[in-house]
Design a protein around this ligand. Structure first.
Ligand code: IMP
Length: 425
């Protein structure tokens, strides 16, 4: 038996989908544990490109059991669209998808309120209602998957929540209010379609672990977007770090064997917020184009920058990575000199630890070490020995700095464009 948690080590979009897809081959269950359809995992299988927002990408592998855990916030309309698309492409969903009873639902009023809140204070959210849904969860007003099975409870919850939200929409934001009956009727239709997937996920996942199954916990977003350990308030509203795999599924930390950090060979960020190593000149644009750095969910251009070891050391610390996967190495092909941030300078101080203060993050100057780049093509290389000398040196520098072994290197979008130095499972 082996359990493995996959975590984004930066601000999301590290290419987790591809690594999850590879590791899924060796696993029986794949479990999402946080976030919602703000995430977008792109997986290329043959000539077909799949973008999955909620359903674990394990669904693309025959017979793998895919779970949406209690830590996820689920938008039923998005989920149903995703299910329909998969079925239309011949993917079997019905016997392989399971949703936790105590997973919270995104309601139309979450999206409406976020739309307004973003106008007042711009976080650059995906506007999928993620934050407001988690707000209701923590405030104990949330609608859960299990409520779809009890129409009276569902109705009462919608009524109570709308009383407050409509007051805000009308009186604070001067916006359209929402209709209780319409939402209720819509969610009853969703209930009919989704009830076959609703299960006691914590019970089933723990049983599977006890029965020796291999389980992969698929994180969404990244460490620096974690609600507690990220660049608050420019973060998402869930715990994206490894601990989230436990709270978001009901599995004990004692049962987690491997935690793999996914590190993009450079850094990107989408949305507002501090980004010390952002490249603001034409090289940033070049990397964006070459790396296809546009949001899978919103299509927004991602901000691009150099690798930041201060942020990555923080990620190693709060997640306890047992191994690392480096992605998109090939995007750096042909860049003459690469920079890697090894510390931040703020006033007269040199900082080695990722600061909590937004003010410092926004105004610090990165301290760079320059590493010679490589001219050769790394795209599609499958054998570590075939990597250019300087690419190996770049990887070695990362490994030495983070003191965590690099187990996987991804050298392209396709499933087989990958170097496995040491398989984590
Ligand atoms: P929210 O998750 O929609 O609330 O957005 C909060 C912040 O997280 C914004 O900066 C988003 O751009 C960012 N974000 C959310 N999901 C992702 C993701 O999957 N990849 C990268 N950034 C994300």
């Amino acid at each position: 038996m082996s359990t493995i948690v996959i975590i984004g080590a930066q601000w999301g979009d590290e290419g987790k989908g591809k690594i999850v897809d590879y590791l899924t081959e060796k696993c029986d269950y794949v479990v999402r544990f946080q976030g919602g359809c703000n995430a977008g995992h792109t997986v290329v299988v043959g000539n077909e490109k799949y973008i999955l927002h909620l359903i674990p990408s394990g669904i693309l592998h025959k017979g793998k059991k895919c779970f949406i855990g209690n830590g996820v916030v689920l938008d039923p309309s998005g989920l149903l669209k995703e299910i329909d698309t998969l079925i239309s492409k011949g993917i079997e969903v019905d016997n392989n998808l399971y949703i936790a009873k105590h997973c919270h639902l995104i309601m139309p009023y979450h999206i409406a309120i976020e739309e307004q809140a973003e106008k007042r204070k711009k976080i650059g959210t995906t506007k999928k209602g993620i934050g407001p849904c988690y707000t209701d969860k923590i405030a104990r007003n949330g609608v859960r998957m299990v409520d779809l099975l009890y129409p009276d409870i569902l109705k009462n919850k919608i009524r109570a929540n709308l009383e407050i939200i409509n007051f805000l929409l009308k009186n604070l934001y001067g916006a359209e209010i929402l209709d209780e009956e319409q939402i209720f009727n819509q969610y009853i239709i969703y209930a009919e379609k989704l009830k076959k997937y609703i299960v006691d996920a914590d019970v089933l996942i723990n049983k599977a672990i006890d029965n020796g199954k291999n389980i992969l916990f698929e994180g969404a977003q990244g460490t620096l977007l974690d609600i507690d350990h990220g660049t608050y308030p420019y973060v998402t509203s869930s715990n994206t770090i490894a601990g989230g795999a436990c709270t978001g599924t009901g599995v004990s930390p004692k049962k987690i064997d491997n935690i793999i950090g996914i590190v993009k060979a450079y850094t990107t960020r989408v949305g507002e917020g501090p980004f010390p190593t952002e490249i603001k000149d034409s090289l940033g644009e070049e990397i964006r184009k070459k790396g296809g750095e546009y949001g899978a969910t919103t299509g927004r251009p991602r901000r691009c920058g150099w690798l930041d070891l201060v942020g990555l050391r923080h990620a190693v610390r709060v997640n306890g990575f047992t191994g690392i996967a480096i992605t998109k190495l090939d995007i750096l092909d042909g860049i003459e000199k690469l920079k890697v941030c090894v510390g931040y300078k703020y006033g007269n101080s040199i900082l080695e630890d990722f600061p909590k203060e937004l003010e410092i993050l926004q105004n610090c100057t990165p301290i760079y070490e320059e590493i010679p780049g490589w001219k050769e093509n790394t795209a599609g290389i499958k054998d570590y020995e075939n990597l250019p000398h300087n690419a190996k040196k770049y990887l070695q520098f990362i490994e030495d700095s983070l003191k965590v072994k690099i187990q996987i290197i991804s050298t392209g979008q396709k499933r087989d464009e990958i170097i496995i130095k040491e398989s984590p499972v």
